[in-house]
Design a protein around this ligand. Structure first.
Ligand code: SAM
Length: 285
């Protein structure tokens, strides 16, 4: 997989050279290039923002700088609008389904698309607090892509016509929020998405089993709690079931705990659970 990231703070992504992500790059499983958006500016101040049309606080990132940068990175020619007459009104594009990418993304022509069908064409991703939530299902879907391009917003965000323009040009564009809160910029959100995606690439984890039994994977349940030795520590002991050596009982114990924790901490996930995913014993829990 190759990942391009555009940011006004490309140094943020130096951390991707650490730990398992760094090792994956050394092993050639992944390449990451962080670009500085200001390299595409032409003025002496390298400015990338302007005041919002319609007024209001803050600044908005200029579409032209973003487009020149993204055209270069993705190898696209700027579309020619010279003979098109009046510009059409920008509209709110539904770049990904409101429920997240449990179902495939939707292309500008309304046809469903899938990250696996891109044949190396880039998928362009913008972090955005007012987009659908990024989920484990999205990470799994995007882990099959050959090329991802991330655009990190700052200030009040990127001019909304940038994602719309690329979607209209036939690029698969997605926008994701990483949670119901507002960060200063897209860098932290992009780092989180990259880490969630890349650890699912086959060969990334030393032990592939460790990504099979995790929260949100398979059944959308929270994982059971994990313990290590000693089995009794500072007055707290782990259940005898876990030390019994009876794998059937251990599995049942863990499954019950996953169901109990999910109903208590994230009842919304239990409500989304398909009844077919629950066994007879699960229903007793
Ligand atoms: N004016 C925007 C709003 O109220 O929705 C907030 C812009 S925020 C200060 C600047 C940038 O940070 C956004 O363009 C986006 O790239 C990133 N960002 C902030 N919070 C985010 C979140 N929860 N998920 C994904 N990206 C986020």
């Amino acid at each position: 997989m190759h990942i391009d990231i555009v940011s006004v703070f490309p140094e943020y992504f130096d951390v991707l050279k650490l730990s398992l992500l760094g090792k994956a790059q050394q092993r050639g499983l992944l390449t990451v290039t962080a670009h500085n958006l200001r390299d595409w500016t032409h003025d002496v101040h390298h400015s990338v923002d302007d005041t919002p049309v319609g007024g209001g606080a803050g600044m908005v990132m200029k579409p032209e700088i973003w487009a020149q940068c993204l055209d270069d990175i993705m190898g696209l020619e700027p579309a020619d609008f010279s003979a098109d007459g009046e510009p059409v009104l920008s509209r709110d594009f539904h770049l990904v389904p409101a429920t997240g990418a449990q179902s495939p993304a939707v292309a500008p022509d309304g046809q469903p698309t899938d990250a696996t069908d891109t044949h190396g064409r880039p998928i362009l991703i913008f972090p955005n607090p007012s987009a659908p939530l990024f989920t484990q299902a999205d990470a799994t879907d995007l882990s099959h892509a050959e090329r991802l391009v991330f655009g990190c917003g700052r200030y009040e965000g990127i001019d909304a016509r940038v994602p719309e323009y690329y979607a209209r040009q036939g690029v698969e564009v997605r926008e994701y929020s990483i949670g119901d809160y507002v960060l200063n910029g897209g860098e932290v959100a992009v780092s989180a998405m990259i880490e969630a995606i890349v650890r699912l690439i086959p060969g990334f984890m030393g032990n592939p089993e460790s990504i099979v039994e995790e929260s949100y994977t398979g059944d959308p349940l929270l994982e059971h709690r994990q313990f290590t030795r000693p089995t009794a520590w500072r007055g707290l002991a782990v259940s005898d079931v876990l030390t019994s050596g009876d794998h059937g009982r251990v599995d049942r114990f863990r499954r019950d705990e996953a169901l109990e924790r999910t109903s208590r901490i994230r009842p919304d996930l239990i409500e989304r659970l398909d009844c077919k995913e629950l066994s007879k014993n699960d229903r007793k829990t």
